[in-house]
Ligand binder design. Structure first.
Ligand SMILES: C[S@@+](CC[C@H](N)C(=O)[O-])C[C@H]1O[C@@H](n2cnc3c(N)ncnc32)[C@H](O)[C@@H]1O
Length: 499
């Protein structure tokens, strides 16, 4: 059989899905996928393993030959490549393989009933930022996959940015958990099998990483103040304890309410075996309007502000906010001022993170305590980083902000150094930097620099202590990429936003 012996089964005008002779055609630009009745693709009950983005099919053809007790499905959208897989399959007499000519997204959503394992080897990385929206692993696809994969999903890539994105999107979706411990990445195991792209990247000395995930059973329990705490008999991988904090944030300042949560959590721990992963908060990162409502709330906020900035002069220089005294600050004016609102958010997040740390102390040490945020309303990446900085959420893991191994860092200035101009510069850095990077708050830089070789700093936002730490970092072999005026350390290069 030659590749050209495979013909497209229908004309463009009459296009419709077609199954037969070990091949399923799923047409492009077709709006009736939902009419397909999901049906078994194989005559036996053997487990199904799927490879998405199969290319010329080298990897899956070998797997299918080596593992006859498994049924395999290769999904590839380019007809030219499908023809190659199909002809090799026929010539090698492989019967336990189905080739799908079509896109992975509709296949997973409308055609695949269930698969034990799904593999994605070297999917197109779309390295340019403006093209990243074309990557396969995005919201809806990730949920669709979670509904049909029973055991495991494996993702292999040489592109660290895409790998980072997949970790964040998969774990941030709550529907998946990593089978590889933090930092989630494994080297490609011996005997995994090869492909054209695997050899290409290996020969070029590129680092190839593998991610492995399993679908999560998420159980959401009502632990809000109205709950009767009658929990169902269920098992779960991820327990979402819905305390209602996202709806009733001001109550965080009420100590009686904390006692009530303590009772609820106690009852939860008595009812179920030690839970591995628990979500304590799943809600907005911008809840200023809900939390700072009254004069009393405003007073608590301005007290906090005074602690942070010490003097109104300091506040004015850093943020451009003019006032005679902290107590004179008006709620509405702060809310509409870019930096004013960010300061309010910081205060709210500080209160929330303290509260969550107190709550997490009630949970067993072996449980991983998680939080998840909706960033709607926070317009800038550096503002998000500032709100979620590791010194605020030291003992909590933030779902969807995971970092794969990286020897690069961006130094996050201390809160009082964050002016509108610095936010702008940092946003540009976050936008341009391609490789995964850790974000290290300046205040914890010396505790963390052993993990990194290179740090990007905005020199204008460095404190004197910060500058001194950079000398130490260079003395220990590190390199500084400076945005703005040079700091004067030995290993320093100017970092240009355009670079
Ligand atoms: C970089 S190649 C890797 C091929 C193969 N896995 C390998 O390791 O050699 C990516 C392949 O994915 C296919 N592809 C890209 N997006 C796809 C999609 N949405 N559905 C199916 N195939 C897709 C491309 O046509 C291409 O053949």
């Amino acid at each position: 059989m030659k590749p050209s012996d495979l013909h497209y089964p229908s004309s463009w005008e009459q296009r419709s899905p077609h199954l037969g002779d070990q091949i399923l055609f799923i047409p492009e630009f077709y709006s009736n996928h939902h009419l397909w009745e999901k049906r078994p693709f194989f005559d036996d009950e053997n487990p199904i393993h799927v490879e998405l983005c199969s290319g010329n099919g080298e990897w899956i053809l070998d797997r299918a030959e080596e593992n006859p007790d498994v049924n395999w499905i290769a999904v590839e959208m380019k007809f030219k490549r499908v023809r190659k897989i199909w002809s090799k399959m026929k010539n090698r007499g492989i019967k336990n393989l189905l080739v799908v000519c079509g896109k992975a997204e509709p296949f997973v959503k409308y055609y695949l009933k269930q698969a034990k394992q799904v593999f994605v080897n070297f999917p197109d990385p779309w390295p340019k930022r403006r093209h990243a929206k074309n990557r396969l692993f995005q919201g809806e696809f990730i949920s669709d996959l979670a509904t049909c994969v029973t055991d495991e999903l494996t993702f292999v890539s040489d592109d660290s940015c895409y790998t980072q994105q997949v970790v964040r999107e998969m774990l941030g979706s709550k529907r998946w958990h990593s089978l590889v411990k933090d930092p989630y990445v494994e080297n490609l195991e011996e005997g995994y099998g090869g492909s054209y792209f695997q050899r290409l990247w290996k020969d070029l000395g590129r680092n190839i990483s593998m991610l492995r995930f399993a679908p999560s059973k998420v159980v959401k329990l009502d632990l809000s103040l109205r709950s009767r705490l009658d929990f169902p008999e269920v098992q779960g991988d991820l327990w979402h304890l819905d305390l209602g904090l996202d709806r009733h944030l001001p109550r965080m300042l009420d100590t009686m309410i904390f006692q009530s949560y303590r009772l609820g959590i106690g009852h939860f721990l008595e009812t179920y075996e030690v839970p591995k992963r628990i979500i304590l908060y799943d809600g907005s990162l911008d809840f200023v309007e809900e939390m700072i409502r009254t004069d009393v709330d405003m007073l608590a906020f301005t007290d906090w502000l005074k602690d942070e900035f010490k003097s109104v002069d300091n506040l004015r220089v850093r943020t451009g906010i003019e006032t005679e005294a902290f107590v004179d600050l008006e709620r509405q004016e702060m809310i509409v001022h870019t930096m004013g609102r960010q300061l309010m958010r910081l205060y709210c997040v500080d209160v929330l993170s303290n509260y969550l740390h107190r709550l997490s102390a009630l949970l067993p040490e072996e449980s991983e305590v998680l939080v998840r945020f909706d960033y709607t309303g926070v317009e800038s990446e550096s503002m998000i980083e500032q709100l979620l900085s590791s010194d605020r959420f030291a003992h909590l893991k933030i779902l969807g902000r995971e970092i794969i191994p990286s020897n690069r860092a961006i130094c996050l200035p201390s809160d009082e150094m964050m002016s509108e101009e610095i936010v702008k510069q940092l946003d540009e850095i976050f936008y341009v930097v391609r490789a995964p990077y850790k974000v290290i708050p300046e205040g914890t830089f010396n505790e963390n620099w052993h993990e990194i070789d290179e740090v990007i700093v905005v020199s204008q936002a460095l404190s004197n202590v910060g500058k001194r730490m950079l000398h130490g970092f260079c003395a220990a072999g590190g390199r500084v990429l400076t945005c703005g005026e040079r700091v004067g350390v030995v290993e320093e290069e100017t970092w240009k936003v355009s670079g």
